[in-house]
Write a protein that binds this ligand. Structure first.
Ligand SMILES: *[C@@H]1O[C@H](CO)[C@@H](O)[C@H](O)[C@H]1NC(C)=O
Ligand SMILES: *[C@@H]1O[C@H](CO)[C@@H](O)[C@H](O)[C@H]1NC(C)=O
Ligand SMILES: *[C@@H]1O[C@H](CO)[C@@H](O)[C@H](O)[C@H]1NC(C)=O
Ligand SMILES: CC(=O)N[C@H]1CO[C@H](CO)[C@@H](O)[C@@H]1O
Length: 392
């Protein structure tokens, strides 16, 4: 063999080995998580005692207010989602709704209240995604609402070229009120591709996930293949914003436990990471919880158990977001501290499937919250024609 041939053969052997390794360690588990190979079979679970809430459409995220049992939903319209989901590079502002809203659902009366804003006069409107609702430490009836608002870019520029001009809006309200009052629009370059948000009880600061490293461009598709470009940001209205955690892999849902532990879903990786916030507001990793599913948004119930919306079939999920009338299966997972016998062998967490549906009860679940006192499971879907409450 000549020198050149040898180099080529070596290069080929190395590439094949690298590709095989990539297949073995990354693609294979990715195909498994996405439900593509082996093809995942949907086994209905927990979906028998469910009631649809037809008025609450395309509610990407929902937050339970445990003391009152009220649930706060951030909603839009399915047709708007088909055009405008910046996280999915759907950038057609013509079909987008900029009249999205927050609504409450009261399980005792089934009453839905669309909160009106008295003083939010921005002609740029509301196009909602993640939401958090937090009771004030001083007056527990006083609530702060944090919203991810995907505005369309200003001026004569196409959103396809520059992406959404996303901000975090802070409102305040009282438990059971029908209105919300605008506190602040937080705009900052660090808030670039915001997805999910968790706010502080003083209405002044929040953490949020940036689901991609850039707003637009081909490079975003590399995220699916393991590029670590998403991040967690932190903002304080008096001090500005900073990156709290950089170079994360497909960060999506974020939630906090009452003791301050912050959980972030690594969507494509199917992992929930637990963090302790540091005094400088950066995040230190304390734990990683692995699941076999593509993960969405997270919540913690009053018993300290973590709930995650999971995507059993990734391919149909993508189809559903483009054309909301196409159904996509849904799944909810509960992650609890393992107290069973295998805890001894180091399995600290137990991941249990609690809800599974072919999409007819709810297509593409993106947010789940469990009221453990009233034993009610709330389900919202980014492009779903209704929201759902189930007795569990
Ligand atoms: C954008 O949405 C409008 C309104 O639904 C539609 O007429 C138009 O064809 C869409 N454009 C693209 C590029 O999809
Ligand atoms: C906006 O930009 C497009 C393309 O860049 C151009 O054709 C159009 O005339 C512009 N419209 C205005 C109102 O400036
Ligand atoms: C916070 O609570 C969670 C359970 O909700 C627990 O797993 C975690 O260890 C707690 N963290 C601290 C620092 O106590
Ligand atoms: C805040 C929020 O709801 N985030 C994610 C929930 O899941 C959907 C579906 O994948 C994502 O698009 C959202 O970004």
């Amino acid at each position: 063999m000549g020198v050149l041939t040898r180099i080529l053969v070596n290069a080929l052997v190395v590439s094949v080995a690298v590709l095989a390794g990539f297949y073995q360690f990354y693609l294979k588990s990715l195909l498994l998580r996405t439900g593509i190979s082996p093809a995942r079979v949907i086994q209905p679970l927990g979906n028998e005692h469910c009631k649809k809430i037809p008025k609450l459409q395309a509610c990407e995220e929902l937050i339970l207010h445990q003391p009152s049992g009220l649930v706060y939903f951030a909603c839009s319209t399915p047709s708007s989602r088909a055009h405008w989901i910046p996280a999915m590079e759907q950038f057609n502002t013509t079909g987008a709704s900029f009249d999205d809203y927050v609504a409450t659902y009261d399980p005792t009366t089934s009453r839905i209240t669309r909160l009106t804003t008295t003083d939010f006069h921005s002609e740029r409107g509301l196009s909602l995604h993640g939401i958090d609702v937090v009771a004030s430490t001083l007056h527990s009836e006083h609530l702060y609402i944090y919203l991810v608002n995907h505005r369309k870019p200003l001026g004569n520029v196409s959103a396809y070229a520059v992406g959404a001009d996303s901000v975090i809006e802070i409102f305040e309200t009282a438990v059971g009120s029908t209105t919300m009052k605008h506190v602040r629009t937080v705009e900052n370059p660090v808030i670039s591709t915001p997805n999910s948000v968790i706010g502080s009880p003083d209405g002044k600061s929040f953490y949020f996930t940036n689901d991609h490293g850039v707003r637009v461009g081909l490079v975003r598709s590399l995220d699916m293949l393991g590029r670590r470009s998403s991040s967690v940001g932190y903002c304080h209205i008096d001090e500005g914003c900073k990156i709290a955690l950089s170079n994360t892999f497909t960060s999506n849902g974020i939630t906090a436990a009452p003791n301050g532990t912050i959980y972030v879903a690594n969507g494509i990786g199917g992992i929930v990471d637990a963090f302790e916030p540091q005094t400088d507001n950066t995040l230190a990793l304390t734990d990683s919880i692995k699941t076999d599913y593509i993960l969405d948004n997270l919540s913690v119930d009053a018993d300290g158990q973590l709930w995650a919306a999971a995507v059993p079939k990734m391919w149909s999920a993508l189809q559903h977001m483009k054309s909301p009338s196409k159904l996509s299966p849904s799944m909810a997972l509960r992650i609890s501290i393992n107290t069973g016998p295998n805890a001894f062998y180091g399995e600290k967490y137990k991941v249990s499937k609690m809800f599974e549906d072919d999409g007819k009860i709810i297509p593409l679940l993106t947010s789940v919250s469990y009221d453990s006192e009233r034993r009610k499971l709330y389900l919202g879907g980014i492009a779903a024609p209704h929201s759902v409450v189930c007795d569990l």
